[in-house]
Design a protein around this ligand. Structure first.
Ligand code: ACO
Length: 328
């Protein structure tokens, strides 16, 4: 049975750029602190009239073009996001309509925070291997600026907006495609990274808005420690599964949350930073979007060729984490 393979990628970053210097005027912070502690220099912020489906639609067009696929070729839509346009209809349904995809195909969102794209790729692979579908439009997309507390310097300097799309199709050759993967969750640690209100537990009210409960609340230090450990372990698991030593990984595409997390993960995984996608300085943490945006940058810069071993690795709220090894 053919495994999943990434036939095309695309990305879209909103036009507005918010620099660390802009943030200096908003909260008690400095470019020096943000750069040293996170590696972030700037992030993109969606326009007021842009929602996540708009970002996905813009990222999907170049992805379809690269894959040589038409909208009619798409058999399923999976959108990984924690900032959907609406709770329902799903953003996937809105993308189906916006791109003019075939009516009747399955379309759904998944919520796995920053691990969304890795989760989505594993789901797409399962659907393709069983023969249920052939061609999946898979996106990681976020407008985190809408759930950011812009008065909290601990969190507001970290996040950004953007979308990345992969067209996932059956591998043209048995040696290529998704060769190994793992995905995990530990719900007992969910409170360390949470948007407390807006769901059925704490529906929106004047009180929840006044208390800032619709924004991201994070215990940064705790998240940091778990992220390094979990991402290193996930990388090791899939390299062992695929029987590939770290030296054979052509490109490492980890979730972009903090340059120090990336450096520590690279060191533990024994993959040098030179073979790692580092986009954190330009995009900040865009949650589920960072891996597909990073992949698209790498593909378009010519850093990946057919047959290369590409390692994806993520950690995020839930907690969730996972990794995937793709033979390009
Ligand atoms: N500017 C200036 N000072 C600041 C800022 C800021 N923007 N933010 C915090 N500080 C201060 C703190 O108040 C603290 O001061 P104090 O010592 O006087 O109390 C000091 O800097 C150190 O704060 P720490 O929180 O210890 O800083 P740390 O080095 O841990 O960096 C950070 C914080 C960047 C949040 C880091 O812990 C981190 O990156 N954590 C992981 C985040 C992550 O991976 N998230 C992933 C998932 S996101 C998702 O799923 C949506």
């Amino acid at each position: 049975m053919a495994r999943a393979w990434i036939a095309g990628t695309g990305a879209y970053l909103p036009a507005k750029v918010l620099t660390n210097f802009d943030l200096e005027k908003m909260v008690d912070t400095s470019d020096e602190w943000i750069t040293q502690r996170t590696g972030i220099k700037e992030r993109h912020i969606a326009a007021e009239d842009e929602a996540v489906s708009d970002l996905v639609i813009k990222a999907a067009r170049p992805a379809l073009e690269m894959a040589g696929a038409a909208p009619q070729d798409i058999d399923a839509v999976i959108i990984c996001t924690i900032t959907p346009d609406n709770s329902f209809p799903s953003t996937a349904c809105l993308v189906q309509k916006g791109l003019g995809l075939r009516p009747g195909i399955p379309a759904f969102d998944i919520s796995a925070a920053c691990s969304g794209f890795v989760y989505g790729l594993i789901i797409a692979d399962s659907l393709i291997r069983t023969g249920a579908v052939k061609c999946v439009l898979l996106a990681g997309a976020e407008i985190l600026s809408r759930i950011t507390n812009w008065t909290d310097r601990n969190t507001c300097v970290l996040f950004g907006d953007g979308a990345g799309v992969a067209i996932v199709a059956p591998s043209p050759d048995p040696s290529r495609g998704l060769v190994a993967s793992c995905w995990h969750a530990d719900g007992s640690l969910g409170d360390l990274l949470i948007q407390p209100a807006g769901g059925s537990r704490l529906p929106a009210s004047a009180e929840t808005v006044a208390a800032g409960l619709h924004t991201i609340h994070m215990s940064g230090n705790e998240v940091f420690k778990h992220a390094v450990r979990a991402m290193s372990q996930a990388a090791e698991t899939v390299l062992n599964q695929a029987r590939i030593p770290p030296e054979e990984v052509k490109l490492f595409v980890p979730h972009q949350a903090n340059i120090r997390i990336l450096e520590a993960t690279c060191q533990r995984t024994r993959i040098p930073l030179e073979r790692t996608v580092l986009a954190i300085d330009r995009i900040g943490n865009t949650s589920a979007a960072t891996i597909p945006i990073g992949l698209d940058m790498a593909v378009r810069e010519g850093r990946i060729s057919a047959g290369d071993a590409v390692l994806l690795d993520a950690f995020g709220g839930g907690f969730t984490w996972g990794a995937a090894l793709v033979r390009w």
